[in-house]
Design a protein. Structure first.
Length: 204
């Protein structure tokens, strides 16, 4: 694969600088109190430049989450055709999150800040779920291809897609809030294992 050119590397550095500045300001002042002007000023660019990279402060806060979903779907689609749906989804999700956890110190800090921000802000949590739901058709289509099922006639691809995009993040965030001492990649793997075992648990 060819290395990105100078222009692309510069754009990526600017995007990362805006993301880091936004996370620092969000952590210091709160998501709601931080403005786009403040984020742009911290990187010494104009608000107009900010909007070349992001549509809003919500967009910059959740950009890493969007990248993760895209990477997960790419890895899901790349799994061998004979791998069952939940197994393929589990592998893809764990691989992507584990890759972020194993990044450079800056990359790990960016990932952790995003997780902390989402956990601390009900507005961002809701927006994260909403953005995931907006990709429901895309995910259901990929799942339908693996299952050999048409999502327009068979509800199963949409059921699995909904669980992967909405219920899984909620479960991991709930576990993290209890102080569960495990990397996110392990929590995601455990959640998929529970789903695979079935949810019709006996009454107490």
């Amino acid at each position: 694969m060819d290395k990105p050119g100078l222009r692309e590397r510069k754009k990526q550095r600017t995007r990362e600088a805006l993301t880091d500045a936004a996370y620092a300001l969000f952590c210091a002042h709160g998501f709601e109190a931080t403005t786009v002007d403040q984020i742009a000023e911290a990187v010494e660019v104009s608000p107009r430049t900010f909007f070349r990279y992001f549509t809003s402060k919500e967009d910059v806060a959740l950009s890493l989450a969007d990248e993760q979903i895209t990477a997960m779907l790419e890895r899901f689609a790349a799994q061998p055709a004979d791998v069952p749906v939940l197994t393929a989804m589990r592998r893809a999700a764990v691989e992507v999150v584990r890759a972020y956890e194993g990044e450079t110190d800056a990359g790990q800090a960016r990932y952790r800040r995003m997780q902390d921000l989402i956990s601390a802000s009900p507005a961002l949590m809701a927006a994260c779920v909403e953005r995931g739901a907006a990709r429901l058709d895309e995910v259901a289509r990929l799942i339908g291809v693996r299952m050999g099922a048409d999502p327009a006639a068979d509800p199963r691809p949409y059921l699995v897609a909904s669980v992967a995009l909405c219920a899984m993040p909620a479960a991991v965030n709930a576990w993290r809030a209890t102080g569960r001492d495990a990397p996110d990649s392990e929590l995601i793997g455990q959640a998929f294992d529970l789903l695979s075992a079935g949810l019709d648990h006996p009454a107490a």
